[in-house]
Design a protein around this ligand. Sequence first.
Ligand SMILES: Cc1ncc(C[n+]2csc(CCOP(=O)(O)OP(=O)(O)O)c2C)c(N)n1
Ligand SMILES: [Mg+2]
Length: 658
Amino acid sequence: MQYLSKGISKDKLLELYRAMLKPRMIEEKMLILLRQGKISKWFSGIGQEAISIGVTSALDEDEYILPMHRNLGVFTTRGIPLFRLFSQWQGKSSGFTNGRDRSFHFGTQEYKIVGMISHLGPQLGVADGIALADLLKKRKKVTAVFTGEGATSEGDFHEALNVAAVWDLPVLFCVENNGYGLSTPISEQFKCEHIADKGKGYGMETHIIDGNNILEVFSTVNDLCVSIREKPRPVLLEFKTFRMRGHEEASGTKYVPKKLLEEWAAKDPIENYVEYLHAQGILSEELEVEFKKEIIHEIDENLKLAFAEEPVQLDVSKELNDVYKEFKYQEIKPNNEWHNIRLVDAISEGLKQSMEKHENLVILGQDIADYGGVFKITEGFVEAFGTDRVRNTPICESAIVSAAMGLSINGMKCVMEMQFADFVSSGFNPIVNYLAKVHYRWNENADVVIRMPCGGGVGAGPFHSQTNEAWFTKTPGLKVAYPAFPYDAKGLLATAINDPNPVMFFEHKALYRSIYQEVPLSYYTLPFGEAALLKEGNDVSIVTYGAGVHWALECLEQNPEIKADLLDLRTLQPLDTLSIFESVKKTGKLIILQEDSLFGGIGSDISALVMEECFEFLDAPVQRVASLETPVPFAKSLENNYLPKDRFLTTLIELLEY
Ligand SMILES: Cc1ncc(C[n+]2csc(CCOP(=O)(O)OP(=O)(O)O)c2C)c(N)n1
Ligand SMILES: [Mg+2]
């Protein structure tokens, strides 16, 4: 191995050695503990230390770094006290997740490290968002994100690199090509010769680096960082290296040809470097022994601390409370000027006023800039706020959701416009696995609102008509709003943006231009978790939301003899169960109207809750009226049959006559 130490001080050369030695020695200790059954899973980075250490050493301490499961060296080089790492691996409180997540699945703002989620790929888009925030705040920073070569097959890799290229984001994409992804060799993972070859397709600068050569890694990355800080751009780095142990310890390396292991063993990043340092007279035998002694001492002392720590104590209310970041709702009252506008106008007005209120708010979405979005919600926004804050995105929902997460991590707020709610399936993973779980996992919040133009009755077929709120009400960590009127939509959107938690904000397309209402001109907020009692009557309770509210109103108008409480839920998470129970206790009968297909919708849960909490008050079985168990059909006659509107009255009368 050829080492070039040009311009690197002797102290730095030694520091790099010590920094590589530490994770190696921790790992060797962990392997012993693993065999003794004292720790659970272990993903070894032995043989790959030069990459973690070289990259981390080249970054400034306040630059974000996003490691994966083999990057122990990132955590140690950033100076995290070892007992905190050991505690984390044992699921104890001095770790970073209060026992809620394992191994390296955590982040820490204190050390500017953003750990992975198991799904691998979303990390890359998060790095984009972090870098975008730096760019927007005119901070000259680099963000480094790691991935294995296996995970480069995920769509997230393609999406994140493409976005970074189009936006000139200062991201170092560090691919550790270690020959295998679990048991899959690179020949079954990708067809090109080098991962770096892919950079060309994204119009991106690339470098291939010997990942076992610490000086090559450090020098190249250091030079690149200096250059990227001045001239922001993404760079794809492929580090050639090898995974010397199993995917995780239990799985072994039987499938890896012995010859390969031997070849790479000869290229060990630490042994070779030690030889070089000895030959140069930089490292003496005595100093080497001293370093090792110090590290062993540090490991032992910190292990003692971690083992002595009590297992994490269960506090049920804390478990529930930590799913969301605390948000103290602030009521802001409107002024006295009102105007008659459509739902679509109210959302646009609310969004615009939030952009004026929050300087750190960025809107991301397809065709939202000059074009104004497909529903024209952001028309004129570019003139008011510029394309930095009203940002057209490529068609890549997953990377954009991840980027929104990254913006939030780096101090921004983000509203993402999903062009149609149906397309959220392409960004589903980071929503339910990253945004929803991040506060519970490591106390980081996702200050993101995803606007969801949704719903049927518009003759748009199976892929432009869905109302998929149940995918999200099911997921702890998300809030879900679903206003039916312009006044509610504007006030709730303002609150959604103020709330530091992730909010799915449903906007019914069929209501956009058909529903008018008097709405305050000025900025105002409305609280989540409060249903609106639109009509009062003693015969029956009708609970609904979105388009269902308007169907129920029409039905009651045409049948004035029916005396019903009509509750518009307005938000589904939090859900105003108190108002539902109160009404049911008064009327003794409940019908739930939901536009989504029946099974597994929120109506089913409301029904179950009422059965559990109000059983003795019920005079009839709770009724659910919802769409058919089919995709949403295109032709008018089929769609009318699919939607529950025409079935609602029949079931309502049956319930009244029960
Ligand atoms: C979406 C997803 N698919 C599959 C897995 C299972 N899995 C975890 S790590 C891994 C291999 C990753 O290989 P690579 O990206 O090369 O990283 P390495 O482990 O080699 O460092 C696999 C298949 C996962 N965690 N997430
Ligand atoms: Mg790999």
